[in-house]
Write a protein that binds this ligand. Structure first.
Ligand code: GTP
Ligand code: MG
Length: 362
C-alpha cells in the first residue's frame, strides 16, 4: 500500500539529511604551531683498528636517515573543526524543488506540498542538529507534519451509540467509490461489537443496487429497509430510522446512489436526504485510487452537505497515496476507516499515528 508515496517520502528525508550533512564544513586548517624537528646529527663513525678509514663523510652519508626525516618537519595541528549543522530555508526550498516532480507523480497536491514545506521550515530552520541524528530528526519532523494532516480527531462511533439511539449514518460519494461495500463492512464490524444494525437501501437510482445491499444483508443477517427503484431516498432512510426506533436498534446505515458533485439533480436529492433525516454522521466514501481529483470531490461534497468523516477505500491496491494525503489536507475531517480489500473484514479503523509510522517505513 502506498509504496510509491513511501518511496518519495523516504527520498525526501534522505535528500534533506544529505544537504544538511554537506554543510558540515571544516574550518580552514590552522597552523598554530610549527614543530621543527631538530636535525639529527650523524653518529660518529667507529673505525676499527687497522682498517683504513673510509673517506670522511662517506659512511656518515650512509648512516643518515632518509631525506625527509632529515629535513625539519612541519606539523600542522588542527585545533578546531567548525560544524555547521543547521537547516536553512534554502535547503528546504531546494529539497522541494528536487522532489516536486516525484511528489506530483505520487498525487500530492501543490497546496499540500506548500504546507509540508512551510511546516518543515517552521520546525527545522535554525535548529542545531546533533551529528548522527540528522536523518532521524528530519524523519521525525516529517512524520509529525503528516500526523497533523491525517489526525483530524476521532469519529467515536461507540461513544455516539451510548448517547443516542439510533445513530443514523448516511454514506455518500462518487459512483463506484465503495459506499455499499463499506456499509456492509461497517455493519459487520458493529455487530461484532454487539451493536444492532439496520441497513437502508437509499440508492433507488442505480440498477441492481437494492439487490446488492440485500445480498450483503442476507449474508450478515442484517435487515434491509427498502422501497422500489425510483422511490424517494429520503423516505427510505426515514423508514429505516423509524424501524430502528421501534426495535431498539443502535445504528442505521444508509446507502445512497453514487453521484458526481456536478450532477445537480442528484446533489439536490442528497441534500433532501440530509434535510429530512438529519443524520448524525454524513460519511464521504472516497476511492483512494482516484488520485488528485479527491481534493475536488472532498471539497464539493463538503460544501454541498457538510461531511463529518471520510472513508478511503481500495487502499490495498493503491500505490500512489498522495491523493488521500491531499484530500485530508484539503477537507480536514476525521477518517473513520480505510478499506483494505473486498472482504467484510478488510477494514482498518484509522489511527493517524500508526498510519503515518507505516508510511514513513517505521
Ligand atoms: N480492493 C478493494 N476493492 C474495494 C474496496 N471497497 C470496495 N471495493 C470494490 O469496489 C467496487 C465498487 O464497490 P461498491 O461498494 O459497489 O461501490 P459503490 O460506491 O456502492 O458504487 P455505486 O453504488 O455504483 O456508486 C466493488 O467491486 C467492491 O468490491 C476496497 O477497500 N478494496
Ligand atoms: Mg452502491
Amino acid at each position: 500500500m502506498f509504496g510509491f508515496l513511501k518511496k518519495k517520502l523516504s527520498e525526501s528525508v534522505e535528500k534533506l539529511s544529505e544537504k544538511i550533512r554537506k554543510k558540515e564544513v571544516e574550518a580552514p586548517v590552522e597552523k598554530i604551531e610549527e614543530v621543527k624537528k631538530p636535525v639529527e646529527k650523524p653518529k660518529p663513525v667507529k673505525v676499527r683498528k687497522g682498517v683504513r678509514p673510509e673517506k670522511k663523510g662517506f659512511l656518515a652519508r650512509l648512516r643518515r636517515k632518509p631525506e625527509e626525516e632529515k629535513k625539519p618537519t612541519l606539523k600542522e595541528r588542527v585545533v578546531g573543526r567548525v560544524l555547521e549543522r543547521g537547516v536553512s530555508g534554502k535547503d528546504i526550498d531546494s529539497l522541494f524543488e528536487e522532489m516536486e516532480f516525484g511528489l506530483i507523480e505520487a498525487n500530492v497536491s501543490l497546496e499540500t506540498m506548500d504546507f509540508l514545506k512551510d511546516r518543515m521550515k517552521e520546525y527545522l530552520v535554525g535548529k542545531q542538529l546533533k551529528r548522527g541524528g540528522i536523518e532521524k530528526e528530519v524523519r521525525n519532523t516529517l512524520e509529525k507534519i503528516l500526523v497533523e494532516i491525517f489526525d483530524q480527531g476521532e469519529v467515536g462511533l461507540e461513544k455516539l451509540a451510548k448517547s443516542k439511539k439510533p445513530v443514523c449514518i448516511v454514506f455518500l460519494g462518487f459512483n463506484g467509490s465503495g459506499k455499499t461495500t463499506s456499509i456492509a463492512k461497517l455493519g459487520k464490524y458493529l455487530t461484532s461489537k454487539k451493536f444492532k444494525v439496520v441497513l437502508a437501501a437509499g440508492d433507488t437510482f442505480r440498477a441492481a443496487s437494492i439487490e446488492q445491499l440485500d445480498v450483503h444483508g442476507n449474508r450478515l443477517g442484517l435487515k434491509v429497509i427498502k422501497h422500489d427503484y425510483g422511490a424517494d431516498s429520503a423516505a427510505v432512510v426515514y423508514d429505516a430510522k423509524e424501524h430502528a426506533k421501534a426495535k431498539g436498534i443502535d445504528f442505521v446505515l444508509a446507502d445512497t446512489a453514487g453521484r458526481s458533485h456536478a450532477n445537480r439533480n442528484l446533489m439536490d436529492e442528497l441534500k433532501k436526504i440530509v434535510r429530512v433525516n438529519k443524520p448524525d454522521l454524513k460519511i464521504l466514501v472516497m476511492d483512494s485510487l482516484t488520485g488528485n481529483d479527491l481534493v475536488e470531490q472532498g471539497r464539493n461534497f463538503d460544501e454541498a452537505v457538510g461531511i463529518d468523516a471520510m472513508i478511503f477505500t481500495k487502499v490495498d491496491v493503491n500505490e500512489k497515496g498522495g491523493g488521500m494525503l491531499s484530500a485530508c489536507y484539503a477537507v480536514k475531517k476525521p477518517i473513520l476507516y480505510i478499506g483494505l480489500g473486498q472482504e467484510y473484514g478488510d477494514i482498518e479503523i484509522f489511527d493517524a499515528k500508526k498510519f503515518v509510522k507505516d508510511l514513513m517505513g517505521g
